[in-house]
Ligand binder design. Structure first.
Ligand code: PMP
Length: 399
């Protein structure tokens, strides 16, 4: 009898984690690799946030807290939604966890039974599908593409809904494509969802503050207030405040769901770190100017890197409107041969070839849409420019 569970088989290593791991190994062996896999801002956590964490430790905020967040943190999150999104939540609607990832996990584990379906746009962040499978649910992929800016259309949504549908996962700005839904697009999707009252919507707003060209960010919850009783927002401190390592995410939704999520969390991990909670209060209530400054920096990098990538033979890019990723089609490389005679049959082969060429990127397979690879521009311009030069060199060597 096998010792490991069938469940652990479902915990596939994500494409970006696998790529980051390969990069570390090669670097340790002395190979010069530029890693473009990172899913986190390359900035530092703001000083006043770090100070608040120190203070919390010194003041004895080092003990268990209420399971899904301290009253101070919940108030700060309520204030954030009022200030930034015009949404009126109460503390009972708020759930804080060790990252947005755990909010998602709690929500799926608290609602999905065997055979329940979760609609997931492809490509998407891999966690949606894997966690659905943990909960013995069935991921229902809806294939998007460049023609629709990698966004789900109302007709596609309508077609994907069945009596077993529990959730629609909606991530805007999107990891891995940078697609940003407009208010009108969200309202059209809401029109479909109004006809299917059994379907809940998970609005993953994690990249809310990284939207380019002055476009407004619209949360699904803002676009469809009539569906508030079945919408859960997922957000967190990771991307907005460069706090990925602090592990502090939050959800906002109907109180009955939030209570169920707390029950799950109570038996898995209890409260998120008391120190990270105090830090997040400082981040949410403190000065916000840094957030826009960093968004501007990401936009500068996108504008520098996109033309370089677009000039590379055989690749095709869709301009990201947000987040810090470009999802690049490498269809033009498939069927070609590398200098040592190997045929590139899939984007996994392309990823391996790029690694040989000194650039690590996660392949599209991991996000559910091939043949693509993802480039993260959350790294310095120097490195990005050099990486583009290497990818271009690799392209020109193909036969
Ligand atoms: N949603 C998306 C789309 C993400 O890319 C991530 C992080 N990679 C998260 C949620 C979760 O972030 P965290 O757990 O750090 O809050």
């Amino acid at each position: 009898m096998a010792f490991l569970s069938a469940r652990v088989e479902r915990a596939r290593i994500s494409a970006s984690a696998a790529s980051a791991q390969r990069t570390r190994e090669l670097r340790a062996a002395g190979v010069d690799i530029i890693g473009l896999s990172q899913g986190e801002p390359d900035f530092a956590t703001p000083d006043h946030v770090i100070e608040a964490a120190h203070r919390a430790m010194r003041d004895g905020q080092t003990r268990y807290t209420p399971v899904d967040g301290t009253p101070e943190l919940k108030e700060a999150i309520v204030a954030k939604f009022r200030r930034e999104n015009g949404l009126a939540f109460k503390p009972e609607n708020i759930s804080a966890s060790a990252g947005g990832k755990q909010v998602l996990y709690n929500a799926l584990m608290a609602t999905v039974d065997a055979g329940d379906e979760v609609i997931i746009p492809a490509p998407s962040w891999v966690a949606y599908a894997i966690m659905t499978e943990f909960a013995e649910g069935v991921p229902v992929w809806v294939r998007t593409g460049p023609a629709n800016g990698f966004k789900v259309t109302p007709a596609q949504l309508q077609e994907a809904i069945t009596p077993r549908t529990k959730w629609l996962m909606l991530n805007s700005p999107s990891n891995p494509t940078g697609a940003v839904y407009t208010g009108d697009e969200l309202r059209e999707l809401a029109g479909v969802l109004e006809r299917h009252p059994h379907v809940w919507i998970l609005a993953d707003d994690m990249y809310e503050h990284i939207v380019f060209d002055g476009r407004p960010f619209v949360s699904f919850a803002q676009a469809a207030p009539q569906l508030a009783d079945r919408t859960l927002i997922v957000n967190g401190a990771s991307k907005t405040y460069a706090m990925t390592g602090w592990r502090l995410g939050y959800g906002a939704g109907p109180a009955n769901l939030v209570r169920a999520m707390a029950r799950m969390q109570a038996q898995c991990s209890l409260n998120p770190s008391s120190i990270s909670q105090a830090a997040a209060v400082a981040a949410l209530n403190g000065p916000q100017d840094i957030v826009a400054q960093r968004c501007t920096e990401f936009q500068l990098r996108r504008d520098k890197v996109l033309p370089l990538l677009e000039a590379i033979p055989g690749l095709s890019c869709t301009r990201p409107d947000g987040a810090f990723y470009i999802y690049i089609s490498c269809a033009g490389w498939i069927g070609r041969r590398t200098p040592n005679g190997q045929e590139l049959k899939t984007d996994v082969d392309v990823g391996a070839y790029l690694l040989e060429s000194g650039v690590a990127v996660p392949e599209g397979t991991g996000y559910g849409l091939s043949p693509y690879f993802r480039v993260s521009f959350a790294t310095s311009l120097d490195k990005l420019v050099e990486a583009c030069r290497r990818i271009d060199g690799a392209a020109r060597k193909l036969e």
